[in-house]
Ligand binder design. Structure first.
Ligand SMILES: Cc1cc2nc3c(=O)[nH]c(=O)nc-3n(C[C@H](O)[C@H](O)[C@H](O)COP(=O)(O)OP(=O)(O)OC[C@H]3O[C@@H](n4cnc5c(N)ncnc54)[C@H](O)[C@@H]3O)c2cc1C
Length: 390
């Protein structure tokens, strides 16, 4: 019998990326442990200010894992159209029809998605949730060992670091991370709006940052305003009425007046690249493996695709093959390298082109937006990028 502290795969971190990998491995031949340091938060009644635009590929992945059908349809919103506007009249509009998909994305709340993933794995055979914090990691030829802060010791053939941007696992394994701070915060909040949003996501590339309106059910919206820190702090200090007025004005009153539903929160924005996403007996997924500016909402979408690829590689490994073997892990790294590189480069390039206060390129970027809307190849690239179809 296998001792209770011994696993084939030990996932460190049960955030969205780690929990989705656990879900994808449900029913496999592996014994899987999921270690999580934080307590499970209670689901509040109101709307979570942290929302995600989930790409069609990830709706399919989460459906396969059994998590997606557990989400309440009344709390989900399909995005049918995108309307992107520059700071000097540039405009690019496209629809799900252009992309050949039912919806460009589905907007879901972070806490509901986390709850659905947890529900899907609850009681699954071969899967153990372990509350606790990792403190020491050793990756040896015979196996990996993780010492917890409370003295317990867990062993596994493979350790997966799914512990977020500040990944303890990545640092403990000696993998280098290079970060580029945008010196911006992403200000998020939810609003009720006066006019119908008609399932449209709006984005304004403004002199003071990038503002996105993402549609929610019942004619509500969630916003992400990526803006220099000083401006973000000012927005966070406004009264609800003043914030609603500022956001409505910045959004050209396209949805009429706004009313705050969920108070604003700010998140620091940075790009993160790692020297490698695998090492003997170790793989990184999610924000532990990469960080990307949220202007196109690709962050957790990359993380879910990491989980999908890693679970596919592990389940395809011949029975008896050591899961910590680099021949297995390199396949995962190769599967994820191109998409991660392209999304990071393109998103960073887009941010630099529209960098707040960077006036010299103003004419070029607005004209570029108009041209991109008229040239089929550029337009199709923009549509595919937005829908995460790369
Ligand atoms: C403002 C903003 C808006 C965004 N919007 C979008 C969007 O629309 N679409 C999108 O795809 N992405 C978006 N993102 C990106 C997205 O938020 C992240 O990519 C995602 O949350 C990362 O998930 P994760 O599971 O990799 O990491 P995390 O959510 O950070 O989870 C890591 C987990 O590991 C646990 N942990 C950490 N250390 C330890 C340890 N030592 N031992 C045990 N457990 C540990 C933590 O408690 C945590 O639960 C946005 C980001 C920002 C800032």
């Amino acid at each position: 019998m296998i001792p209770s502290d011994e696993f084939d795969i030990l996932i460190i971190g049960a955030g969205l990326a780690g929990a989705s990998l656990a879900c994808a491995l449900r029913g496999s031949r592996f014994r899987v442990g999921v270690l999580e340091a934080a307590q499970t938060p209670c689901l509040a009644e109101g709307w979570d200010a942290r929302i995600y635009a989930i790409s069609p590929a990830n709706v399919a992945f989460l459906t396969r894992t059994g998590a997606w059908p557990r989400l309440e349809v009344q709390r989900m919103q399909a995005v049918s159209r995108m309307d992107v506007r520059g700071d000097r009249g540039g405009r690019l509009q496209f629809s799900a029809y252009d992309a050949g998909v039912d919806a460009l994305a589905h907007i879901v709340e972070s806490n509901r998605l986390a709850g659905a993933l947890r529900e899907a794995v609850q009681g699954a055979a071969g899967l153990s949730f372990i509350p606790g914090q990792a403190a020491r990691l050793s990756l040896e030829e015979a196996g990996a060992r993780v010492n917890l802060t409370d003295g317990r010791v867990l062993r596994a053939a493979l350790v997966v670091g799914a512990d977020g941007a500040q990944s303890w696992t990545r640092a403990a394994a000696g993998l280098r991370a290079t970060t580029h701070s945008y010196d911006e915060l992403g200000v998020v909040a939810n609003f009720a709006c006066e006019k119908p949003h008609r399932a449209t996501a709006y984005q304004w590339f403004r002199a003071d940052g990038i503002l996105a309106y993402l549609p929610l059910p019942a004619n509500q919206i969630s916003i992400v305003w990526s803006t220099p820190e000083a401006h973000a702090r000012e927005l966070l200090g406004l009264s609800h009425e003043a914030l609603a007025a500022r956001v409505a004005e910045a959004g050209e009153h396209v949805l009429g007046g706004l009313r705050v539903l969920t108070p604003a929160q700010g998140f620091p924005l940075r790009q993160l690249r790692t020297s490698a996403v695998v090492a003997p007996r170790l793989a990184l997924i999610g924000d532990a493996a990469h960080g990307v500016h949220p202007l196109s909402g690709h962050g957790i979408n990359l993380g879910f695709q990491d989980a999908a690829a890693l679970s596919e590689v592990l389940q395809a490994a011949p029975a008896g093959r050591d899961l910590g073997d680099m021949r297995v892990l390199q396949r995962y790294a190769a599967m994820r390298a191109e998409e991660t590189w392209m999304i990071q480069r393109f998103t960073h390039g887009l941010h630099e082109l529209f960098r707040p206060g960077f006036a010299p390129l103003s004419w070029l970027r607005n004209a570029g937006m108009d041209v991109a809307g008229k040239i089929p190849l550029l337009r199709s690239m923009a549509v595919r990028y937005a829908a995460g179809l790369w």
